[in-house]
Write a protein of this length. Structure first.
Length: 304
């Protein structure tokens, strides 16, 4: 069997509000997810048995601690027959950067094996499998603009079109999501509760993306003070170039800027580069594009 290749897109959180703590150590969230064009490529080849994972990024494990490995194991169990799989991860999404790279890879494995093994699992079965792998995984079964509730794993697609141009600042050193939530919980007393949720207003069409906030940003900067400098640079450049939004994604360490015009985005990229901050222009993806651009038709692009 020849390998098949799939795009595994990144997400950003346009806004993220922490509602409180849940039993079991998780936090209740309200978040707006959006898919961006940045993606890993996940190659999948059927084998007779076992699971193997290879990656071209030194920070990504190749054993059963890799979430893509666990996704494959879960699908083997669900399929109930002895089949193997060889997974190759071509990483472009910075690991531990709040862009959902690992979660996206896991959801890609679920969707791809459902297709390759012709299981055609009912949607709720895939969602259940995704939830058991991690809080961000179910979003990547849906893609596009969506509201995330609960642990961030209850997904409600939103019927809106995001036209802004995106400039990503991918986090270098990954920040541990668990450490950021711990830090948040320690600081919780210091965070005054907002009376109205900007996300509720946004969902009702009463506020724009620029009104959204990420409650985890102070905690992420507390965990990794270097992030404070990046946050300041990103906002300074955003103001100087007319960005509509400058914010952190997920639990960090990535940031993003949104622009109405292409020239402003180019200007911001140059200014950030001068300040020693690497950037990556990308686009928002609709839910339809997320679905349609999933599998890469053969022949596979040349390995880099
Ligand atoms: O589900 P995932 O493995 O991505 O979560 C990593 C960690 O982040 C969890 O173990 C938990 O400590 C924290 N977390 C949380 N509340 C959430 C999502 C994650 O406290 N809604």
């Amino acid at each position: 069997m020849k390998p098949r290749a799939f795009r595994s897109f990144a997400k950003i959180n346009l806004g993220l509000e922490v509602q409180g703590q849940l039993p079991g150590g998780y936090h209740e969230l309200k978040t707006i997810f959006a898919t961006v064009s940045l993606h890993d490529i996940v190659e999948i080849e059927e084998t007779t048995r076992g699971i193997s994972v290879r990656s071209d990024h030194p920070g990504v494990p190749e054993d059963e601690t890799n979430i893509a490995w666990r996704a494959a194991a879960l699908m083997q169990k669900i399929a109930g027959r002895r089949r193997g799989v060889r997974i190759t991860l071509h990483k472009h999404i910075a690991p531990g950067g709040g862009l959902g790279g690992g979660s996206s890879n896991a959801a890609t494995v679920l969707r791809a094996l459902d297709r390759i093994w012709e299981l055609d699992l009912p949607k709720p079965r895939l969602v259940e499998a995704a939830k058991s792998l991690g809080a961000d995984v179910p979003y990547f079964l849906v893609g596009g603009p969506a509201l995330g509730l609960g642990r961030g794993d209850l997904i409600q697609p939103l019927g809106l079109r995001l036209a802004d141009r995106v400039l990503l600042v991918q986090g270098k050193g990954g920040v541990s999501t668990a450490a950021v939530f711990r830090q948040f919980a320690e600081r919780a007393g210091k965070n005054p509760r907002r009376r109205r949720s900007p996300i509720d207003m946004f969902v009702q069409g009463l506020g724009g993306v620029s009104s959204l906030r990420n409650d985890l940003e102070p905690a992420a900067i507390g965990v990794s003070p270097d992030l404070g400098r990046v946050a300041r640079e990103v906002r300074r450049v955003g103001r100087a170039t007319g960005a509509t939004t400058a914010a952190m994604s997920g639990s960090g360490s990535s940031f993003f800027l949104l622009f109405e015009g292409a020239a402003q985005r180019v200007a911001a990229g140059r200014l950030l580069e001068k300040a020693g901050v690497e950037t990556l222009p990308c686009a928002f993806l609709s839910r339809r594009a997320f679905r349609e651009r999933f599998e890469i038709p053969r022949p596979l692009p040349k390995r880099r």
